[in-house]
Design a protein around this ligand. Sequence first.
Ligand code: GTP
Ligand code: MG
Length: 301
Amino acid sequence: MIFSKIKENLKKTKEAFDVKISNIFTNNKDIETILDEIEETLILSDVGYDTSTKICDNLRQALKKQVDKSESAIKELLRKEMIDILLKGKTNTNKKADDKKEIILVVGVNGVGKTTSIGKIANLYRNDGKKVLLAAADTFRAGAVEQLEIWAQRTGADIVKGKENEDPASVAYEATKKFKESNYDILICDTAGRLHNKKNLMDELYKIKRIINKNLPEIEVEVLMVLDSTTGQNGVIQAKSFFERTDVNGIILTKLDSTAKGGIVFSIVEELSIPIKYIGIGEQIDDIEEFDATSFVDAIV
Ligand SMILES: Nc1nc2c(ncn2[C@@H]2O[C@H](COP(=O)(O)OP(=O)(O)OP(=O)(O)O)[C@@H](O)[C@H]2O)c(=O)[nH]1
Ligand SMILES: [Mg+2]
């Protein structure tokens, strides 16, 4: 990417980290006080208690071996420890063979940004010259299909629509049929964020996944769970309990532009052990980035 908006969009998160961390170094504090205050800053930025402690313990060890204890040296070590945490969770290959066909099933509770993220991802693939099919399998919420349809038009993707209250699994079935017949490269399936109850939703997602698997057995379904970063630790806990049966392969973390709690990225990687694939940094079509640990930490510390 030639021009990255990530720094601009993570300004709030950066302020939360950077300004506070710089303040820590005023008044000639001793190293232990500095480390304590860094830990507190991390916790307040939603890094999570255990992860913050871990980062600071590693930082303490690293500092023992280093003579230079200036602000810039400590910050550099902190950055390294933060990147290390993010890289460990990385089973994320992100490497796409040019001719590889892909199916992405997008799940997440209501309002987290599923449909918007699908639009943005469709656009990324379209920019790569791919033939993209969207499946509007959220037939529960009024207006959901139209919302996805707008994204299809905007990005030049095609769309398979169900009628309101139609069985979402049958929409998924129609989509797999069209995918095969018209030789698409990518199928992205939108899903409902809310049904009458949680069990219904889980059953439905599971059923959608099974139907896709059955009709396109040669392509592995990638389940991406969307998390709203503004919901913080609660969102992580909710995610942990919610989508276990659908076997989540990756996270799309949205709304990082509108929160100072970007530290949630570290909690997710540590606590869920699911790689972050994309981050959403605004409401516009280009406000998405493939997640990269180093550029993320660069943008915030
Ligand atoms: N600031 C910001 N807003 C976002 C981002 N992603 C999505 N939104 C906004 O969040 C709101 C909800 O987005 P949707 O895409 O409709 O969310 P959804 O998960 O599909 O919602 P349901 O279909 O109701 O479950 C919209 O107003 C989006 O514009 C983001 O990265 N940053
Ligand atoms: Mg939606």
